[in-house]
Design a protein around this ligand. Sequence first.
Ligand code: ADP
Ligand code: MG
Length: 259
Amino acid sequence: MNKTGSPMLLLQKVSQKYQAENGEVTALENISFQVDEGEFISLVGPSGCGKSTLLSIIAGLLPPTHGEVFIEGEPVRGVSPKIGYMLQRDQLLEWRTIYRNVLFGLELRHQLTEENIQYTNRLLETYGLWEFKDKYPSQLSGGMRQRAALIRTLAVRPQLLLLDEAFSALDYQTRLAVTDDVYRILKQERKTAVMVTHDIPESISMSDRIVVLAARPGRIKEIHPITFRLDERTPFLCREQPEFSQYFNTIWKELDVHV
Ligand code: ADP
Ligand code: MG
């Protein structure tokens, strides 16, 4: 709950059907859950179970066939300015400097106010990108590029962040470092996040709850609260905890992946 008394995100009986060449496809069926302010939620499930569809619905890019989505109690109708979206590719514009990239979202929204520029400058300084602001994306490492993409997303001050396989293009070592980095920044900036990933360890290391989806039609199989006996949680520390492998085994079995 937040100051409005409503959860940050509420999904009520969301269903999505697509018209395909060979008939109707039910991509999602009867999805209901809520996300409170500051929570980090992961959606995991087999390919094609509707994870990206669900994020598009939450973002207001796709109206659901049935059901309703609320952000802070308000029904979502069209693209919501309260939402920031991060995709697998960082989508930095190669011909723009890092500074002009991180200001791009504000520019598009005609919100290049002094206050917003100051806020973006503070993000660049706090998260170690200020000295790289005049470089071009190709001059940065994969991890730094993701951080720049995150700052660009945060610059427009979204309340809810949606991450769709945001780290899957990175190599394993970079990915570990970037997830730690992103987690720390999101917690520090007090953001709420819904992340889609097919990487179970990644979801356990970052999430307060994991929503496991089943395919055809995409539906909720189980919701797991993830807790660790740590004073201060980081994805890296979580991976070293004894509970970690128990969570992994439970969720792995539920996904029922046949190889
Ligand atoms: P995921 O992200 O979990 O892999 P998607 O949300 O991309 O799943 O897709 C869920 C299902 O809906 C799949 O069966 C996919 O083929 C189908 N689908 C997705 N987008 C469309 C579309 N625009 N038209 C028709 N079918 C679609
Ligand atoms: Mg997807």
